[in-house]
Design a protein around this ligand. Structure first.
Ligand code: SF4
Ligand code: F3S
Ligand code: FES
Length: 248
């Protein structure tokens, strides 16, 4: 079944831009990325959009559809009414390059700020052993496709450019939590999470988890357990005293 769908797409660059209206053919089984491609092929050959896999795995096609952060390639046209006008805009938290493409380098900067896995010095790579339950715990976080929709959604940075320096965002706080929960990691991630990656800014609104296309329980399984570890370390009087005495 084919119909003419109405779309409103943001066009512009870092100097400014506006929403433009288009009417584009929609066929049964299509996703929003198919429509953007048809729009490029038929009416707007210079429309910029970033994509790679069209299978929800590369994390490139993140944008906002009717204001909701989503992957263009995983958003089926069938969830909308045929009469609806569908608005497609770039992610709001990152600087615009052109049209639907944003500069996501903030995320790579934050990734580099997380010190890498630090196994015990006396263990060679083939000697690592860990329980299956620990493998499964990190496996959930490892499903991340780095689409940065969670980073785009979190209110701590979405409208607060000034917080970007101090706050790593949910994706990278989850990485810190993954390493902290890793039985073979020897680095101290608890103080780092609070003091260097801005865990205290997160007030567990869970918006990050709601938009994650991999359905990772970012808040419940990574951020809250990490906050609990910080609270144990900083506010439990016995642990606090132990830290002072033995300088862990
Ligand atoms: Fe995307 Fe989820 Fe990874 Fe965030 S945690 S970058 S929303 S896949
Ligand atoms: Fe932001 Fe997620 Fe925390 S949306 S405030 S990082 S729970
Ligand atoms: Fe790869 Fe959408 S194109 S996730």
């Amino acid at each position: 079944m084919t119909y003419q769908g109405r779309f409103r797409v943001w066009r512009g660059d870092d100097a400014g831009g506006a929403l433009e209206d288009f009417t584009v053919e929609v066929n049964e089984g299509e996703v929003v990325l198919d429509i953007i491609h048809r729009l490029q092929a038929t009416q707007a050959p210079d429309l910029a959009v970033r994509w790679n896999c069209k299978a929800g795995k590369c994390g490139s096609c993140s944008a906002e559809i009717n204001g909701r952060p989503r992957l263009l390639c995983m958003t089926r046209m069938s969830i909308f009414e045929e009469s609806e006008t569908i608005t497609v805009t770039p992610m709001r938290t990152f600087p615009i390059i052109r049209d639907l493409v944003t500069d996501v380098s903030f995320n790579y900067t934050k990734a580099r700020e997380v010190p890498s896995f630090a196994p015990p010095a006396d263990l060679a790579p083939g000697e690592y052993r860990m329980q299956q339950v620990d493998v499964e715990r990190s496996q959930e976080f490892r499903k991340c496709i780095e689409c940065f929709l969670c980073q785009n959604t979190c209110h701590v940075v979405r409208d607060h450019e000034e917080n970007k320096e101090a706050f790593a965002g949910p994706r990278f706080l989850m990485r810190v939590a993954e390493l902290e929960m890793h039985p073979l990691d020897t680095a101290d991630r608890v103080d780092q999470a609070q003091d260097e990656h801005g865990l205290g800014y997160c007030n567990i609104t869970k918006c990050c988890s709601e938009v994650c296309p991999e359905h990772i329980h970012i808040t419940d399984n990574a951020l809250i357990p990490m906050k609990e570890r910080v609270a144990d370390r900083k506010y439990d009087p016995i642990v606090w005293l132990g830290n002072k005495l033995f300088k862990r």
